[in-house]
Design a protein around this ligand. Structure first.
Ligand SMILES: [Zn+2]
Length: 184
C-alpha cells in the first residue's frame, strides 16, 4: 500500500505542472497539534487559468476540509460545493455544471504502515520523512475534474426546447456537411 496514492496522481491525465498556488491550499501539518483542524478555501477562475489542459473556464467552488492529525498519519476529509463552467459538448457555448463531491484521504507520514486503512474508496498518500506540509492543489484539481459530469450539454427548458445556442448548432451542422462533401 505504501506510496500507492501518490503514484496514481503523478500518472493522471490532467496533471498540470505549471500550477503554483502552493501558498494557498496547504495543510501545514508539521505545525498542527494532534487533533482536529478545519480549513475553508475558495476555488475560482484563476485556479484553472494557468493550466492549459484544464477543461474548466471558470468556477466558484467552496472547499471545506477537515484534517485529523494523529502521530503517524492524518485523516483528511473534504467537501467541494459550487459550480464550474465547461464547454457544452453540443453547441460549444459555456455551460455551468454543479460540483458536489466528498473526498476522504489518508495521509501517512514517513513511518506509516498502512494498517489503519483498508477501505478501497479512500486514497492513501504517503509523505516523506522530512515533509512538514501538504500542498493540496493538485488533489483539489484532480477531484474537481473527476466530479464533472460525463455528458455536458445544455438542458432543455420547461417547454422541452434545447437551451443550446441554435445559431452555433446551425453553423456546426453546415460545417459538418461541408466536411463530409469535401471528403468524397
Ligand atoms: Zn449547448
Amino acid at each position: 500500500m505504501r506510496g500507492l496514492g501518490f503514484n496514481l496522481y503523478l500518472c493522471s491525465l490532467n496533471f498540470c505542472t505549471r500550477m503554483d498556488h502552493s501558498a494557498l491550499y496547504v495543510i501545514p501539518f508539521g505545525s498542527l497539534s494532534i487533533g482536529v483542524h478545519e480549513f475553508d478555501w475558495l476555488i475560482e477562475k484563476v485556479f484553472f487559468a494557468e493550466c492549459e489542459t484544464s477543461e474548466i473556464e471558470d468556477a466558484c467552488i467552496k472547499v471545506h476540509l477537515t484534517a485529523v492529525k494523529h502521530v503517524y498519519f492524518m485523516e483528511v476529509e473534504f467537501s467541494m460545493t459550487g459550480w464550474a463552467e465547461v464547454q457544452c459538448d453540443r453547441c460549444l457555448d459555456p455551460l455551468k455544471v454543479d460540483i458536489e463531491t466528498e473526498v476522504r484521504m489518508i495521509v501517512g507520514f514517513g513511518n506509516f504502515s498502512g494498517k489503519e486503512e483498508d477501505d478501497d474508496d479512500t486514497d492513501v498518500v504517503i509523505l516523506s520523512h522530512d515533509a512538514h506540509e501538504m500542498d493540496m492543489t493538485h488533489h483539489l484539481y484532480e477531484y474537481i475534474h473527476l466530479a464533472l459530469p460525463v455528458r455536458r450539454v445544455h438542458q432543455d427548458d420547461a417547454a422541452g426546447k434545447s437551451a443550446c445556442n441554435e445559431e452555433m448548432i446551425k453553423q456546426l451542422e453546415r460545417y459538418l456537411v461541408k466536411e463530409r462533401s469535401g471528403d468524397n
